[in-house]
Design a protein around this ligand. Sequence first.
Ligand code: SF4
Ligand code: SF4
Length: 453
Amino acid sequence: MTTSERTPAFREDLCNLCGKCLHLCPVLHLPLEVAKIEVKRLIKGEESKYVLNKCNTCLSCNLYCPQEVNPYQLILERWNDRYKKRGAPPLYRFICPTEDPNIWQLLNHFLSNRERRWIYKWMNSTPKSEDTILLLGNYTHLFPFIIGGSKLLENLKPIDKIDQWEGGAYLYQVGYLDIVQNIAERCKRDFDKWGAKNIIHLLDAVQYIFSEVHPKEMGVHYEKNFINFNEWMLEKLNSREIKIENDLNLDVTIHDNCFSKSLGGKYWDPPRKILAKCGCNIIEMKHIKDNSLCCGFGAGASWVKNIAIPFDIISEGTKKFKEAEKTGASALISYCTGCLYLLWATKELLGSKIDIFHIVEVVRMAMGEKLDYPKAHIKRAWDIIAIITYQLFVSIFQKNFYISRITYNKDKSTYQPKKNSLLRIIRFLFNIGIVRKVYAKFFRFLMPLFNTR
Ligand code: SF4
Ligand code: SF4
């Protein structure tokens, strides 16, 4: 199939232009009459006044539409049109493993030896047909310590292929649909070569991408059994193959990620049941499940200015922190590793006191496993803040770009670290407590001046 043969998921023939999708949107809240006009503009491909510049790609509008016509996918189609016209902002090289520099390449400077050993093993394993594969994905690569060394990995084959791009999930979310099509074909080639039938993945997004987007929108079909990691953990907890040794007795609140809204909301219950089994008391935020607010990442999808992207993202993330703190819970739990890295960066920049755990870490604590918490997270958050700062600076001198490769070029790898002296200086300075405090304060000062929300 060529890219021009993609099947758009938006059902224009069924849309009655009622405007409910954008009227109920938890981010835009457009007055109904304005919402109707905006939907019309989007359908006609006219310049959007609000959605394309302010949408957080949270997916809620699909749940609000009474006609089930997938307005979210209409937005993605229009972002795809924009991408074809103006390309991606220079800062997006950050999330493209085949571009130079990118976060995985730059993070190599800061990984511990233990993390390197895990990653080396996960990146260089070739699964056999009898294996149950655990796709760790690009985001877990940033936090290998959340699962590395855990008993949870016993009997699984952890695989880390960052140029599978999480099946294209995060590029799909910003509307780069033609690239996602290429990634789908690449994933199929990998999976067919490996032969394994059962593939577990850590992200809801990845299951949605493999089971819905690739077959229905990209025409790429798999004969695999894709299993969600939370559902897998819950089953093992129920059968006592995973044993709870400690009731954690923690008051927690839970962040429902944007992709958890797909597939009829089937992803919302398993993490809540897992937390209850671990002895957590869940105090819900104002916006949960179908109305849940984005961690902030989605604000980058509707980018207006390259320089504003980090400020837009953290500014949207701030809303999530306000809601989480208001619950009085001592910890915010994410079951998405993509959200986790942004939540930790936001926590450090805002100076929030609320703890943040990935659900895997909660289960591990309940199993009696020791975590290097919060030290490992704080270190990684500042590694990532240093990388974003460096990449933002570098991007000032770069132009918009188009993603031309989805697999590594063997002759010019974008995975090996280079000298990156400026990055190393920034990171060195972030080891000093007072520098972190001043930087965070400076960032918060700049946020209202630069953000476009
Ligand atoms: S996409 Fe759905 S909610 Fe939005 S205007 Fe069309 S029918 Fe109404
Ligand atoms: S994806 Fe979310 S933020 Fe964007 S228009 Fe739909 S409901 Fe609003």
